[in-house]
Design a protein around this ligand. Structure first.
Ligand SMILES: Cc1cc2nc3c(=O)[nH]c(=O)nc-3n(C[C@H](O)[C@H](O)[C@H](O)COP(=O)(O)OP(=O)(O)OC[C@H]3O[C@@H](n4cnc5c(N)ncnc54)[C@H](O)[C@@H]3O)c2cc1C
Length: 493
């Protein structure tokens, strides 16, 4: 990068001391997210306001540099990875929360950690529904960009269903507002367009979110099955019977082994698969609902049903489930997680296929997933220092995604496309579909400096620049599942 020291001084004057990272050892901490993609930025900056972000964007444009927003870096598709270099705009110091309890909403800055919002809302008897398993680390800005889901989105919908309005810095530095506090706003639904746009259309600097009352009562049920097949059949049967659990999560035996080794959460080690089910609402009628779901699970082959009576036991089971990705560090140094979605009834067939793919590529795969949504998370276990194995792992991952598409599914349920799946977009969308998306991107981001080479199939120049920068980087840090286990986010200077 030319004129780096001049630029660092200019940005430090703008943002204050300790707001710009420029040394290699610091930048190395920002060259990855939770995926296997790598790309080191030239600078990392920490704005505190929308005006700061706007000024940074204008400077980047003046210098002809790419720039990308970054939340907590827990993304699983390389969305924030600077594979084209440039300035990474880290939102982690934009953490203000304003709870507007009478209107059941909150106004938050994008760096707010998802779980912190629900903690702040709890004294008002409210919470923020979307709860990605990474919620103790990931940011609301990252959730908006990825349209994040979570275990409890089964009944209440994903991020887009809980965002009322946004403030966004556009790629030319202009600041706009979309949606608003009122229930409906006229004009195009720009809020809907920005949610899930993976930081390619604008940088979100404020979010108005919906809050909902905490449920009067919650019951958790652990159903233990001999196989993933019987557990999958139970998922379909429970929903087909007209029940609407708040969450329905599945873990297979490999996942249980890892979770128990790491978390001692109380899952049975001999289970072929378990279903962790939450039902919630008004107290009256909840026990009957639990009994009904238990009966269906038993009819589908569950040989044990556990209904925790104490809050600690329930929390332990959930902390095991939410810590499952990190727990994979007990089995292998790295994991490659896929995020395909299939129609719920196809879950048993696709899990069989995943087993066959594991055998074909000689890899071990654990399955932990949002079963109620048919949103699979096969975790392919490996060691990323073994390059040949890494290639086999990527091929296995791609084959799983192709199988999901073959049965009417999608390449991603909630982790986004980013770098990782950009070339798989052509499997799902026609050239015309992709052109329409490219036109929308070009309308907001005509110079393609904001988060370039993400979401849509890569151009030749994207691949060349990324390969050149990667070759110039020292050997990638061996960041694997074990580091993510503590899921405490990345160090902030
Ligand atoms: C252990 C683990 C479990 C997970 N479980 C789930 C889960 O259950 N459900 C789920 O949906 N995801 C899950 N994820 C994936 C990840 O946590 C989510 O995608 C999350 O929304 C990313 O947030 P982040 O703050 O880490 O964003 P980052 O990784 O920093 O960035 C993600 C994307 O958002 C963009 N971005 C960030 N901030 C902004 C902003 N202010 N404006 C515009 N764009 C922005 C970035 O450019 C990038 O494209 C999990 C990840 C891990 C590691």
């Amino acid at each position: 990068m030319r004129n780096k020291s001049r630029l660092v001084h200019e940005l430090e004057r703008l943002l204050g001391p300790r707001s710009v990272l420029f040394q290699d050892q610091d930048l190395a901490l920002y060259e990855y997210d939770g995926s296997i993609e790598r790309g080191r930025p030239d600078l990392v900056v920490f704005p505190r306001t929308a005006e700061n972000v706007s000024a940074i964007v204008k400077i980047a444009n003046r210098e002809g540099l790419p720039f990308q927003p970054r939340g907590a870096g827990t993304g699983l598709s390389g969305g924030t990875v600077a594979d084209q270099g440039g300035i990474t705009i880290a939102m982690s110091r934009m953490k203000q929360i304003e709870i507007d309890a009478p209107n059941l909403r909150a106004i938050v800055q994008p760096g707010v950690v998802n779980h912190d919002l629900s903690i702040a809302a709890a004294p008002f008897g409210l919470y923020y529904v979307p709860d990605p398993s990474s919620q103790k680390a990931c940011s609301i800005g990252g959730n908006v960009a990825e349209n994040a889901g979570g275990p409890h989105c089964l009944a209440y919908g994903v991020t887009t269903n809980h965002v009322l309005g946004l403030q966004v810095v556009l790629p030319d530095g202009e600041i706009i507002e979309t949606g608003g506090a009122a229930l409906d706003t006229p004009g195009y639904d720009l809020t809907g367009l920005f949610v899930g746009s993976e930081g390619t259309l604008g940088i979100v600097t404020q979010i108005i979110v919906r809050l909902v009352p905490l449920p009067e009562a919650v019951r958790t049920l652990l159903a233990v099955f001999p196989s993933v097949e019987t557990a999958s059949n139970a998922v379909s049967a429970v929903i087909a019977a007209g029940n609407e659990p708040a969450a329905m999560e599945m873990m297979d035996n490999t996942a249980i082994q890892a979770v128990e080794a790491a978390k001692h959460a109380g899952y049975p080690l001999d289970a072929g698969a378990v279903l962790l089910i939450d039902v919630e609402g008004v107290r009256e009628g909840l026990d009957e609902l639990v009994a009904q779901i238990s009966d269906i699970c038993r009819a589908e082959g569950a040989y044990e049903i556990r209904i925790p009576q104490m809050a600690e036991e329930r929390e332990k089971l959930w902390s095991g489930r939410k810590g499952a990705f990190g727990a994979m560090g007990r089995l292998a140094p790295s994991y490659y997680v896929q995020d395909g979605v299939v129609p719920r009834t196809q879950v048993p067939a696709i899990l069989r296929k995943i087993g066959e793919i594991a055998q074909k590529y000689e890899v071990r795969i654990a399955n932990v997933f949002h079963a109620g949504d048919g949103n699979l998370h096969p975790l392919i276990l490996f060691d990323e220092r073994d390059e040949l194995l890494t290639q086999r792992v990527i091929q296995a991952g791609n084959e799983i995604i192709r199988e999901c598409i073959n049965v009417g599914g999608s390449i991603t349920g909630e982790h986004g496309v980013g770098i990782e799946k950009r070339d798989l977009m052509a499997l799902m969308f026609s050239p015309v579909d992709l052109q329409v998306m490219a036109r929308i991107k070009a309308l907001f981001n005509p110079d393609n400096r904001l988060n370039p080479c993400k979401l849509l199939p890569a151009t030749k120049s994207c691949i060349e620049v990324s390969a050149k920068r990667r070759a110039a980087m020292r050997k990638p840090l061996a960041v694997g599942a074990r580091e993510l286990e503590s899921i405490g986010g990345l160090p902030i200077p």
